[in-house]
Design a binder for this molecule. Sequence first.
Ligand SMILES: CC(C)(COP(=O)(O)OP(=O)(O)OC[C@H]1O[C@@H](n2cnc3c(N)ncnc32)[C@H](O)[C@@H]1OP(=O)(O)O)[C@@H](O)C(=O)NCCC(=O)NCCS
Length: 235
Amino acid sequence: MSEPVEIWEISFDEAGAVDWQLLDPRETAAADAFIHAEDRYRYGVIHTALRLRLSELLGIAAEAVPIVVGAHGRPFVAGRAAEIDFNLSHSRRTGLIAISKAGTVGVDVEDRDATADYSEMIDTIFEQHEAACLHRLEKSVRNDLFLRGWTRKEAVAKAVGTGFLLDPKLFQVPLDDGGSWSVSVRSPMSRRLALIDLSSDARAAAVAGVALPTRPRVRRFHFAQTLRSRAASTR
Ligand SMILES: CC(C)(COP(=O)(O)OP(=O)(O)OC[C@H]1O[C@@H](n2cnc3c(N)ncnc32)[C@H](O)[C@@H]1OP(=O)(O)O)[C@@H](O)C(=O)NCCC(=O)NCCS
C-alpha cells in the first residue's frame, strides 16, 4: 500500500453486477435481510469492493479475507486488526471505503438533499454552542453545515468504534465549510483524532482517524472493471 490511508469512492449508479460468491455467510445474510432490492445491491457492491481491495493489500483471496464484527457492530479483519483497519459508509448514491495501515479510521457519507430541512434534528446531534451557531444560519447554509457536521461527528464516532452509542453532543467538531483539523474525544477513552472534510457538491462526507494525511486523495473505485479484470486473471 503506497499511502498509509486509502479512501475509495463508489458510485452505485455506475457499479454493475455484484459477484455474490465473494461475500461470506454473515455478509450474505445481512444483504438478504434488506427489504428493498436496491439496499441489498448497495450492500453487495460496497462489501465486494472492500474485499477486493483488502485482498490486494493482504495477499489473501477476496472471499477468504476474514472479516468479523466486533464490539458495537464494528467490522475488522480478524488476526490482522493491528496491521490494517477499515471503515465504510453508504448513502443512496455513494459508497465510501477508508483503509488504513496507520491505525483506526472512520468514514461517513450523506447525500445532499436540497429539499430537506434539518432544523429539528440539530439539537439531537449538536451540543449547545454548535446548535446555537447552526440555528442562526440561513436555511441553505444551515443544511450544508448540518450535513458536514453530522458526517464529521459520525466519522469520529466510527473511528472511536462506538458509532453513535457515543453521544455526539459530548464532543465538538468544527462547523465551517471544509478543511482538516485535530479533534479531542473524551469518551469512552481520551483520544485525539485527525478529522478531514471530504464533501463535494453531491454529498457531505468526512474521514477521521490517526495519522491521516492532510489532504487524502479520494479515488474512484471502478467496480465493474475490477471484477472483470479479476475474472480474466482467474480464468
Ligand atoms: C452503526 C452506525 C455507525 C451506522 O451508521 P449509518 O449512518 O446508519 O450507516 P453508514 O453507512 O454510515 O455506516 C454503516 C457501516 O458502519 C460500520 N459500522 C457498524 N458499526 C460500527 C461501529 N460501531 N463503529 C464503526 N463502524 C461501524 C459497518 O461497516 C456498517 O456497514 P455494514 O453494516 O454494511 O457493514 C450507526 O447506526 C450507529 O452509530 N449506531 C450505534 C451503534 C450501534 O447500534 N451498533 C450496533 C450494535 S450491534
